[in-house]
Design a protein around this ligand. Structure first.
Ligand code: ADP
Length: 741
């Protein structure tokens, strides 16, 4: 169903006044209309698609109290905080809420003051809750994360199953199910389980064009993860690991490498879990190594990358977890580090969980789980467009040949070639070696190497010796790994007497290839290069990035003061819009995406004060707010020039002063001035890329004695041995440290 009617002025006015948005997204209008008209609905929109607005807005437009059922307390609290920040009265009822607070909620509810009341599925049908809300004349109930009701979904929750009784307890209320993941099977399960009456079914596009998908063979996990992290210096990164131990180890290693990373899993004690979630929400920590337990409650919209260090067990899981990237609509990437070993690991885990269950597991469920695993493996080993593969999985078509946002379409994996004959040579070599040797020996035999081990085992007499003599060892090794990745070779344990070792072996698929019953396509061998996709720059057109960073800083301050998460104060898209239009009056502020009346009133003055610093002094502004004095003499009041922007970008990659000066064709003194400015603004953790440790120690000691503002005195105290450029750089860093303290 798609709407032919435009939203009513009442809907648009409410949207602008409370949410600060100008228009509704496709399908939001239809979903909102169903809510207003009281018609049951099932709304399937991808993560970041804007589902919450669909069930929040009708209650405000109609001035009524609607109920929202949500599976996690953290999710409810975030929504309540966001609504209140927008000036919409809302509350959440959950276990452990203090009695006086509960009384206040009940009083507000009965006085008709609340627009939205959130609660958990296990509570909504309790006699106490039903009695409390009975008089409130509930007209609509939203069920968020509705896929939890289905066995076929990936987050099945038994307490969702009772929700069919909602109809009985709240006969006058329409019911509206919302989910991001729904195959045909899950969709019909939701409708059946909730007993929806002739529901309006709205299914949005599953494609997330701002996400760039990549699948990379896992070789050296740490290096690969660190490389990706270096590409994302702002915003957040989530790294999904398979086990709790993996999350802890990876976070510890990343920390040792200088990344500000934390770990998260369901085994942590609740206080530590909460602390980590808060640190992440408030941008004190930007990198989280987590199991899938880190998920639903996370509403940070500036996740710039989701890395899977291990393959997940289904495409549904992958889509849901990777979908946490780029909810703000800005470019983000999703990288899957794949190894065929993951498939075997999952097979074992699925089988083990079935064997260990204290009830007999329906064999069709196990079969379905294995089928889902194969689909995921097919995604990981495919050489086709990743966007197309994902939307096709959900029964949709991408509608274009080249998505320009996946490793295959960007040409990063190189062209694909028919490698069937080559694969047959490798596989028969493994067969000749009786599946008892590792990759190194296979490569040596195929290459025809003259090593002691070859001579010792008389492998130079095998028919496969020197079969790939025309290739170099690295390339042969890569092909062996490719075949492992595609599941055409397997790793196995070999035993002989008391000894066991790991070797490369064959499976059914290997024999299909050797018999010529299966073709093998592999990416042409060339160096993988990560290219950015065409639209990467678009969302930043006309945006003053420096201003965004200053606003981000303000957002952190406000979040601390308000004791809430940064995204509740303002989304990244709002920061960008502010830094693009640079409003300096209240009226102009209301024209910004995501700023309604409540936020303009509460935070307006402070936002404007920051923006003032970045306005061109020649701009005429009707403004009555005095500019705030600059915190540091290095902070620029002008828009960054192109050369400076380029320099900042290079400094972010730790480029040396000489390199930057040459690249931007500026004098060394100008470049070091830029560096000081960069350091004051970005406050990098270390400046060792530009000032060696010994010089730093000397200057720091002199600053301790004389202060960092009296550079002439410090210069003299150091017998003129340290240049003013270096002094300024250290001073910028030093002042940043002092501010932190
Ligand atoms: P979902 O629940 O579907 O994952 P959200 O409801 O959290 O998505 O919305 C995702 C983001 O999109 C949020 O930042 C939200 O404020 C923003 N958003 C939603 N609707 C609109 C709209 N009509 N215009 C602009 N931004 C919107």
């Amino acid at each position: 169903m798609s709407s032919t009617v435009t939203p009513s002025p009442r809907v648009i006015e409410t949207l602008q006044q409370y949410w600060g948005y100008d228009s509704l997204r496709p399908l939001q209008h239809d979903a909102i209309r169903a809510g207003i008209e009281g018609r049951d609905s099932l709304v399937v929109l991808p993560t970041g698609g804007g589902k919450s607005l669909c069930y929040q807005l009708p209650a405000v437009v109609e001035n009524r109290t609607d109920l929202v059922i949500s599976p996690l307390i953290a999710l409810m609290k975030d929504q309540v905080d966001s609504l209140r920040a927008n000036g919409v009265p809302a509350a959440a009822v959950y276990g452990g809420i203090p009695i006086p607070e509960m009384r206040k909620i009940a009083a507000d509810l009965h006085a008709g003051k609340l627009r939205l009341l959130f609660t958990a599925p296990e509570r909504v049908l309790s006699t106490r809750f039903v009695n409390t809300v009975r008089e409130a004349n509930i007209r609509a109930i939203a069920i968020d994360e509705a896929h939890c009701i289905s066995h076929w979904g990936h987050d099945f929750r038994p307490e969702y199953r009772r929700l069919s009784e909602l109809k009985h307890f709240f006969p006058k209320a329409s019911r509206h199910a919302f989910t991001a993941t729904a195959t045909e099977q899950v969709r019909s399960d939701i409708v059946r389980q909730l007993d929806l009456t002739d529901p309006v079914t709205l299914v949005g596009s599953f494609d997330r064009p701002n996400l760039t998908y990549r699948v990379v063979p896992r070789r050296n996990k740490i290096d690969q993860v660190a490389d990706i992290l270096r590409r994302h210096k702002t915003g957040a990164v989530i790294i999904y690991c398979l086990s709790r131990k993996d999350t802890e180890e990876l976070a510890a290693t990343l920390k040792a490498l200088g990344f500000n990373a934390a770990h998260y899993h369901a085994g942590l004690d609740p206080a530590k879990r909460q602390r980590t979630q808060d640190d992440f929400a408030r941008e004190r920590v930007n990198i989280i190594c987590a199991t899938v337990a880190f998920g639903m409650g996370i509403d940070r919209s500036d996740v710039r990358a989701v890395i899977h260090a291990t393959m997940p067990k289904s495409v549904e899981h992958y889509q849901q977890e990777a979908g946490r990237a780029g909810r703000d609509g800005l470019p983000a990437e999703c990288v899957l580090l794949y190894s065929a070993a993951d498939v075997m690991l999952w097979e074992d885990l699925i089988q083990k969980s079935a064997d260990d269950a204290d009830f007999v597991v329906d064999p069709t469920i196990i079969k379905a789980m294995f089928a889902m695993l194969r689909q995921m493996q097919a995604y990981a080993t495919s050489m086709g467009c990743r966007h197309a593969a994902l939307v096709e999985h959900f029964g949709q078509e991408l509608g274009k040949d080249n998505c320009e946002a996946c490793d295959t379409c960007l040409g990063e994996v190189g062209d694909v070639e028919d490698c069937t004959v080559l694969a047959q040579k490798v596989l028969s070599c493994v067969a000749r070696l009786e599946e008892r040797f590792g990759v190194g020996q296979i490569v040596d035999v195929l290459q025809g190497a003259n090593t002691e081990r070859i001579r010792q085992f008389k492998h130079d007499q095998l028919s496969t010796y020197g079969l790939l003599a025309e290739m170099n060892k690295d390339d042969i090794r890569k092909r062996v790994h490719d075949l492992l990745d595609q599941g055409l070779l397997v790793r196995k344990e070999v035993e002989s007497g008391a000894k066991t070792w790991s070797a490369i072996g064959l499976n059914g698929a290997s024999w299909d290839v050797m018999r010529g019953q299966r073709k093998v396509h592999l990416a042409k061998i060339e160096k993988r290069a990560v290219r950015s996709h065409a639209s990467d720059a678009d969302p930043w057109a006309g945006v003053d990035r420096e201003c965004v960073e200053a606003l981000r800083h303000l957002r952190t301050e406000l979040a601390e003061e308000e004791n809430t998460a940064a995204f509740i104060i303002m989304h990244d898209a709002t920061l960008r819009d502010l830094a693009k239009h640079k409003p300096v009056t209240r009226a102009q502020l209301l024209g910004i995406q995501g700023i309604g009346k409540a936020k303009a009133k509460r935070f307006g003055d402070r936002i404007i004060t920051v923006i003032q610093r970045f306005r061109d002094p020649n701009d005429t502004v009707v403004d009555d707010t005095p500019p705030r004095p600059s915190r540091s003499r290095f902070q620029s009041s002008k828009t960054v020039t192109a050369a400076k922007a380029k320099a900042f970008e290079m400094f972010a990659d730790d480029a040396s002063l000489e390199e930057v000066a040459t690249s931007i064709s500026r004098a060394a003194s100008t470049t070091s001035g830029y560096l000081a400015e960069y350091i004051a603004l970005k406050q990098p953790e270390s400046i060792s890329a530009w000032v060696d440790d010994e010089a730093y120690e000397r200057v720091a000691a002199a600053f301790d004695e004389h202060g960092s503002r009296r550079l002439k005195i410090v210069h003299e105290a150091l017998d003129g041995e340290v240049s003013y450029e270096v002094l300024k750089i250290v001073a910028a860093y030093w002042e940043g440290l002092e501010e932190e303290e």
